[in-house]
Design a protein around this ligand. Structure first.
Ligand SMILES: Cc1ncc(COP(=O)(O)O)c(C=O)c1O
Length: 472
């Protein structure tokens, strides 16, 4: 009898994950009339005081914070509340992270359970890690059955570079203009952002990437992307020693301003990599896990890369990331140790597994598409009304509005971008600026009425900004 109980406990431990946990499906529902709820001038007095104390010591705040130094206290579902008691609509999911809403009950419970059971055991196997690995292999595209787990997007990208070197014996990499892949040396060397103050590792080459609104190859938008791929042949000849391990690409560029390539770009890139014997790594840290309407962004084009990174929404706020590895290279990389202090710790695995289950159980890929379509239609109408909107674009819940001084010259309008950002924030919209491109990435669970209210705030802020710059 005793033995039977033991066996039963063992089986349960080895195959079940939170099957006993239930939560109210309406946990995040808000009355659209009640948000945002602004009760002080913004930023409020408590925010200002706390931020001033913090800024004494915290060096290097982002532009986002410098433009609007609010101090947040709580997050629930699609809202954030600051230390003055003002409640904002969160139109950026933290920073593309809390796709399931702040403090999703299942994710919070998963983390809490493992915080009380086992917080760290290096890279030893645990039940919850095994379930996560199996889950990832079951949902990943094609033969991407290998997994390594990390704790930030940048460390997953660095792992990808290590793996590509190991698999090919080559050490040069090609990435695309305007890209962003993180702030460690290798990741920053792939990217466009000068976050390393000019420090760039050798062997990294950046080529023009697709940007349909500003295609450098001419006006034939259908060609945009394909021309970028064809150009890589020349880039390899002219700018590398020919020892290229692979190409790293954001299937949709997030930081650059929600830049969506034409449909032919990713398939053409896969074909070229196959032809030239290069590995292809898709950096999906920002665009994976349902953000664009598919679990993995590359699924939009039926492309299977050799490696995929995922992060941000992967743990819905818990720092957990992964790199998925194709069977094709798995033997070559077997000896590249994946162990880190925190990668794959039980809390991280629980958060990621719970998040994937929520995306599936709540149908959030389909929800992302539906909400994105609704917001795109609203943005198209805004474009008709606002002369400073040059372009609107989106796929699922990654959206962008590009502001220009003149629709013919397409001169970027960053001054307007900052002002619209601040004006909308002052009205209760927590979101992200990117120079002249407004970026929206609402939680996938946001209800239509709340999302439309957020868009209304942006619409008003653009109108007011146009008046201040003499466009109306
Ligand atoms: C595509 C992409 N890769 C990597 C990173 C780096 O992620 P982290 O900030 O978690 O290091 C980011 C961050 O925004 C990203 O957008």
């Amino acid at each position: 009898m005793e033995r039977k109980v033991q066996e039963h406990t063992m089986t349960a431990t080895l195959s079940s994950f939170m099957t006993d946990f239930m939560y109210d499906p309406d946990w995040a529902r808000v009355d659209p009339a009640s948000v945002p709820n602004i009760v002080t001038a913004l930023p409020g007095p408590a925010s200002n005081a706390l931020h001033a104390r913090s800024a004494e010591h915290m060096k290097g705040y982002s532009t986002q914070v410098r433009l609007f130094p609010v101090a947040f206290d709580k997050g629930h579902g699609v809202t954030l509340t600051d230390v003055d008691g003002n409640t904002y609509i969160d139109f950026s999911s933290g920073i593309y992270v809390t796709s399931l809403g702040h403090c999703h009950p299942k994710v919070s419970e998963a983390i809490a359970r493992y915080a009380k059971t086992l917080m760290n055991c290096h890279d030893f196997t645990t039940p919850v890690k095994t379930w996560l690995l199996e889950k990832l292999a079951s949902i990943s595209p094609g033969d991407l059955n290998g997994v390594q787990l990390y704790d930030s997007g940048a460390t997953a990208v660095e792992a990808g570079l290590r793996l590509m070197r190991a698999a090919t014996g080559k050490s040069e990499f090609i990435s695309f203009s305007n890209g962003f892949h993180g702030k460690t040396l290798g990741a920053a060397s792939l990217g466009h952002m000068d976050s390393t103050q000019g420090l760039r590792a050798p062997g990294f080459v950046r080529a023009p990437g697709p940007y349909p609104y500003r295609c450098i190859w001419g006006d034939d938008v259908d060609d945009c992307g394909v021309r970028c791929v064809e150009n890589l042949r020349d880039v390899i000849k002219q700018q590398t020693t020919g020892r290229v391990a692979g190409v790293v690409v954001e299937p949709i560029q997030g930081w650059a301003g929600s830049i969506i390539p034409t449909d032919r770009f990713m398939p053409a890139l896969r074909d070229l990599c196959d032809e030239l014997g290069l590995l292809l790594m898709a950096d999906e840290v920002l665009v994976g896990m349902g953000r664009t309407g598919k679990m993995f962004c590359v699924e939009h084009w039926d492309v299977v890369p050799d490696l995929i990174t995922t992060g941000k929404g992967f743990g819905n706020g818990f720092p957990v990331t992964a790199i998925l590895i194709s069977d094709k290279i798995k033997d070559a990389v077997e000896k590249i140790s994946a162990s880190t202090s925190y990668g794959g710790n039980p809390m991280a695995c629980a958060a990621a597994l719970a998040s994937i289950e929520v995306i599936e159980e709540e149908g959030l890929c389909a929800r992302s598409t539906a909400l994105g379509d609704l917001l795109m239609a609203r943005m198209e109408r805004m474009k008709d009304e606002h002369p400073i909107i040059g372009d609107v674009r989106g796929k699922g819940c990654i959206l962008g509005i590009e502001l220009v001084k003149d629709r013919v010259t397409k001169e970027p309008f960053p001054e307007a971008g900052s002002l619209v950002y601040q004006k909308a924030f002052s009205r209760g919209l927590a979101w992200i600026p990117a120079g002249h491109i407004l970026r929206m990435s609402p939680p996938l669970i946001m209800e239509d009425e709340v999302a439309l209210k957020a868009m209304e705030i942006i619409d008003e802020a653009i109108g007011e900004t146009e008046r201040e710059f003499g466009y109306r």
